[in-house]
Every structure is written in C-alpha cells, then in structure tokens.
Design a protein around this ligand. Structure first.
Ligand code: ZN
Length: 212
C-alpha cells in the first residue's frame, strides 16, 4: 500500500509555513491512480492555504512495482549536488529494511534517482513496452503460441518486450520461429523485431533472460 508522511513546508510565494502530506511510499503496481500523477505532473503538487499558490514540493520517497522489478529511491532534484552522500544513506537505510522490503518488493536491488523526470522516463518507457507486449501477446494467442515472461530489467536493457512467444519447445529455435511468425503478421512492433535480432545472436539454445 502507498503511504504518506507529514512534512513542514514553506510557501515559495508568501512564506506561509504549513504542514503538508507527501507520499513516502508509492506502490505503482497497486495504486494506478497515484502512478498516473507522474504522467499528469500532479505528483506532490501543493496549494498554499493562505495565498492559494500551487507549487511542487519534493520529498524523498520510494517507488515500488515488484512485478516489474522496480525499487526506486526517488530523491529531490536538489539532492543531486550531494549525490554520493544520499546514495550511501539510501543503501544504509535499505539494509535496515531489507527483509521487510523483500517480502513486498521481491529480490530487486534498489536504485536511486534524482528528480521526478528520471522516474517519469522509466515509467513512460515501461508503459510503451507493456502496450507493445500486450499487442504481441494477443497476436500470439490468436496464432496458438505460448508466451513466456522475460526478466523485466533484461527487457529494458535489451529493449525487447516483457514476454516472448514460443512455438513448441522453450529454447531459442522455438522462440525465434514464433517471433518471426508474429513479425510476418505485424511488422510494426519495433521491440519484437529487436527480440528476433537478440535471439539470432544468442550462442546456444538456452534463453538466458527468461523469468524463473
Ligand atoms: Zn502562500
């Protein structure tokens, strides 16, 4: 579940001091409506109770999406100047809550980013990849092919879909055959084409980036 904390804030327009509720943990996988705020630019926007000025207030928070192997410590942009110190602090904090995290967030190692833009970039690219994956999976089902999940971080690194189709066995040959079948049906899926390239260049019959 996503959580908020209470923080002292000062209005940049009139100087009014007040307490604001800001997110400390955002569970992007479960709370789609909060995740949407990153796309609309409304995340942690506050309104001054005295002069009604709307402004952004950044506090550090943790973004979680275990299904996509995302554990991200999002620091305010202004912390970038002391990047090393904050990353060290994040790592120390994480060690303390590692066990609790492993239960909710799986085995993903945390990463640290500064500013909301970096998070928005990751989420936007994931959204594109998910949409392309859905189209591919729909086509695979139509063609009577099975699909297997890819490790999310590998999908990002290789720029391929979050899953891959197979035609028969679980090895490279079967995956390549299925991928080429789907490209023949729809050649407008860039990540599916990239997948064919990646599969062609694998040395053996084993696919090293399948989710276990
Ligand atoms: Zn104000």
């Amino acid at each position: 579940m996503s959580l908020k904390g209470i923080f002292p804030v000062e209005c940049p327009h009139c100087g009014e001091k007040f307490e604001a509720h800001c997110w400390t943990i955002v569970h992007g996988g479960r709370d789609e409506d909060i995740k949407e705020l990153f796309f609309t630019g409304e995340f942690d926007l506050l309104m001054c109770p005295k002069c009604d000025t709307v402004f952004r207030h950044e506090e550090p928070f943790v973004y979680l999406e275990p299904e996509k192997e995302l554990v991200i410590f999002v620091m305010p942009e202004s912390y970038r100047a002391e990047k090393d110190r904050w990353i060290a602090k994040m790592q120390a904090d994480f060690e303390q809550v590692r066990e609790m995290f492993m239960e909710t967030a799986g085995a993903s190692e945390p990463r640290c980013i500064f500013g909301l833009d970096g998070l928005q970039e990751i989420l936007a690219s994931d959204k594109d990849r998910s949409e392309e994956t859905e189209v591919m999976e729909f086509m695979a089902a139509e063609a009577g092919l099975k699909v297997l999940a890819v490790m999310p971080d590998k999908a990002r690194e290789l720029d391929i879909p979050f899953s891959l189709p197979v035609d028969g066995g679980l090895g490279v040959k079967s995956a390549l055959k299925a991928t080429e079948k789907l490209i023949a049906v729809n050649s407008f899926l860039p990540r599916l084409k990239k997948l064919a390239e990646v599969l062609e260049n694998l040395p053996g019959e084993e696919i090293p980036f399948l989710k276990r």
